[in-house]
Design a protein around this ligand. Structure first.
Ligand code: NAD
Length: 368
């Protein structure tokens, strides 16, 4: 069998439960190296509070350049109460923002998949969410979170005014719509684009540019447009009507959290952030669980590693062209859940509770 050579994966464990869940991912990559003729070079680096503790900086240049050179970056989580009072530029999240900005990660992919074994964990009725499999593509580097002018200013009558600017250009809209259309081609060819074109000019532009790209380059995609507030309602009423949803930074932030929560536990939700292609045609990317550093359970070996394991699966699929290995890993997770093996956060009566490392081992045993 031919070995895939010289592929670098950078693991950034970070803070809290980050090192515990990344440890399981590392075991799985090592298993793939040994048993599936892959040859990933695993590198590791400090990020967030862990980097601040050692270097007084949430991400060093050395780690940042390692990220630039890697085919995929997989991050655990950053932050924790110990760092809450640091000045803004030293805070753990600055590392994430720097990576997202400098790697130009403009498309955030958040799948909302309902595992049959965990249907009962959702707050919605089983028939509404059973079999749910949708993908939200959120624009990540533009819109109101970054637009200028911004700030808080004093105005007359002793009042203050807070200002943020929502703006998008044709190319910003079309590059993220392209990611959504390309994903839909691998799924069910269906995309719903969400904005507020009824009240915002930037929303009118969003709708027109997404439609123009579809007409020009994606004739076979079934594209519909929906107002973002209606989408929020439809996600609760009938989420299975969606396949891929594409939307801007602000609406995507809210809709992706809402969609994610349809499925039950934070410990199961992966994400991918994709950027532009570099000069060698490779897409820059970063993969991370949706959850944070969970300081309340850190160091106890009880965190659920599945969100991070599924983030590795997304890396195999979207950055490393290893769909077969990604399918294998996804189905190993399914089989473990079929066997009734659960970490504490998804435990229910009659199931077997295991800790983080045993869950990782159980997933590996199903890869075999
Ligand atoms: P959190 O996601 O860390 O935790 C919320 C709750 O979910 C906690 O009760 C936690 O124990 C539980 N939980 C989360 N992940 C779990 C897992 N894998 N297994 C089992 N239980 C899990 O959110 P929070 O408490 O609001 O934030 C804690 C810290 O994480 C803060 O410093 C915050 O800034 C940071 N944070 C970081 C990221 C990131 O690194 N991308 C994202 C969100 C929050």
């Amino acid at each position: 069998m031919i070995k895939v050579k010289n592929r670098k994966i950078l693991l950034l464990p970070g803070d809290g439960i980050g090192p515990e869940v990344i440890r399981e991912v590392k075991k799985i990559i090592e298993w793939f190296n040994k048993n599936k003729s892959l040859d990933f070079k695993i590198e590791e680096g400090l990020v967030g509070g862990a980097s601040y503790d050692k270097h007084k900086n949430p991400i060093t240049d050395e780690v940042f350049y390692k990220a630039l050179e890697s085919e995929a970056v997989i991050l655990g989580a950053v932050g924790g109460p110990k760092y809450d009072n640091l000045e803004f530029s030293k805070r753990p999240e600055r590392a994430l923002l720097k990576l997202r900005k400098e790697l130009k990660l403009f498309a955030n992919l958040r799948p909302a998949i309902c595992f049959e074994q965990l249907v009962a964990a959702s707050s919605l009725k089983p028939e509404i969410i059973s079999g749910l499999d949708i993908m939200i593509v959120r624009e990540l580097t533009g819109g109101i979170y970054f637009g200028e002018p911004r700030g808080i200013e004093a105005i007359e009558n002793n009042e203050r005014k807070g200002v943020n600017t929502h703006s998008y250009t044709t190319s910003e809209i079309q590059r993220v719509a392209k990611v959504a259309f390309d994903l839909a081609k691998k799924r069910n060819n269906k995309v719903t684009s969400c904005e507020k074109s009824n009240v915002m000019e930037a929303g009118v532009l969003w709708r027109e540019e997404v439609q123009a790209l579809k007409d020009k380059e994606y004739p076979n995609i079934d594209l519909s447009h929906m107002l973002a507030d209606n989408c929020a309602m439809q996600l609760l009423r009938n989420p299975k009507q969606f396949d891929v949803i594409v939307t801007d930074n602000l609406f995507g932030d809210i809709l992706s959290d809402e969609a994610a929560m349809l499925t039950g536990s934070l410990g199961l939700l992966p994400s991918a952030s994709l950027g532009a292609k570099d000069k060698n045609g490779k897409t820059r990317s970063m993969y991370e669980p949706v959850h944070g550093s969970a300081p309340d359970i850190a160091g106890k070996n009880i965190a659920n590693p599945i969100a991070t394991v599924l983030s590795l699966s997304m890396a195999l699929r979207y950055s490393l062209d290893l769909d077969i290995e990604a399918d294998l890993l996804d189905s190993a997770v399914q089989k473990v859940l079929d066997d009734g093996i659960r970490t504490k956060d998804i435990m229910s009566s009659g199931k077997k509770e295991v800790n983080t490392s045993v869950m990782g081992d159980a997933i590996i045993s199903k890869l075999k």
